[in-house]
Design a binder for this molecule. Structure first.
Ligand SMILES: [Zn+2]
Length: 302
């Protein structure tokens, strides 16, 4: 028999809240307790209270009841399963509805829009951003389809052993001949926060280790920032700058710049609080010159 209190409580919530609770209750690998104490691990101090990527993206989520009874649990499970099924169908169908409306609107305002898209791409920008769902490159910049070649991963990293990002940069520079490469991070990055916690995150360990390396490179500056949020924010900026350097280290970028005077590499950071992009104004030419002392790949083999 259904527990009326729980049933009423579940029915009064939007479906998305129910499903988020159901998902979150089954997803603990990136979650940490909000009551965890400040962790001091080595030279840096970061709280373990924030690095849940899932929770980070689910601002409306409510934690499940601390100690639900067994009947609560089965009620919850039954309700969640029904809601999940309906929610999945609705969220799937919604995308296609939006897609049809978007295509119709594009065609209405520009009858040649899809003929032009079909003809090929000639993007001005390569965008390397975080996978975070709140930073859609085109929407926050006003760019249209065809304007930006986009690569996103957790914490906008550019690792020279990552075949994916290396292939994207190579194709964008050598074949699409992009004029600008943007590395865009964001304040409040769950990946950056997760990287700085004293916790085994499995397959994410080697990926996020790159951010710990950024911390190590800038340890003195970061350790001197007493306030935790300000320290995270600066780490986000320094991570963007280090990833810009990794872009500059690639042969494609160095050779293209020597021949064509492009692409230019930019480091930007997006803020959730005001929706604005901040240009870190990296000195691209100075960075290139500096990097080529050791990483000069200007001359091609042929
Ligand atoms: Zn992020």
């Amino acid at each position: 028999m259904l527990n009326s209190r729980v049933t009423t409580s579940l029915l009064q919530q939007p479906t998305s809240a129910v499903i988020r609770r159901a998902f979150i209750s089954n997803s603990s690998s990136l979650s940490t307790s909000s009551s965890s104490p400040l962790v001091r691990s080595g030279p840096f101090r970061f709280s373990t209270s924030s690095p849940s990527l899932l929770r980070h993206c689910s601002s409306n989520s409510n934690p499940p009841k601390a100690n639900p009874s067994s009947s609560d649990k089965s009620t919850w499970r039954a309700m969640a399963e029904n809601d999940i099924s309906r929610y999945l169908r609705e969220t799937h169908d919604k995308v296609f509805e939006h897609n049809r409306a978007w295509a119709a609107e594009k065609k209405r305002t520009n009858p040649d829009f899809f003929a032009n898209l079909s003809a090929g791409q000639n993007p001005e920008y390569l965008w390397i951003g975080c996978s975070d769902s709140r930073i859609p490159a085109e929407q926050i910049t006003g760019l249209e389809p065809g304007d930006a070649f986009v690569h996103r991963n957790i914490a906008n990293l550019v690792c020279n052993t990552d075949l994916n990002v290396m292939a994207v940069i190579n194709y964008a520079v050598r074949h699409l001949k992009v004029k600008h490469i943007v590395v865009c991070g964001h304040y409040g990055c769950g990946g950056v926060k997760a990287a700085m916690t004293a916790k085994d995150l499995g397959i994410l360990n080697p990926w996020l280790r790159n951010i710990r390396d950024v911390y190590r490179l800038h340890e003195k500056e970061l350790d001197a920032i007493p306030e935790e949020e300000a320290r995270y924010n600066r780490l986000v900026e320094l991570n963007v700058i280090e990833q810009c350097k990794n872009v500059v280290k690639t042969a494609g970028v160095q050779q293209s710049y020597a021949q064509n005077s492009y692409p230019i590499v930019h480091g930007w950071v997006f803020g959730f609080n005001d929706g604005l992009l901040r240009d870190l104004k990296i000195d691209f030419e100075g960075m290139l010159k500096d990097i080529q002392k050791i990483y000069n790949l200007t001359e091609s083999e042929n």
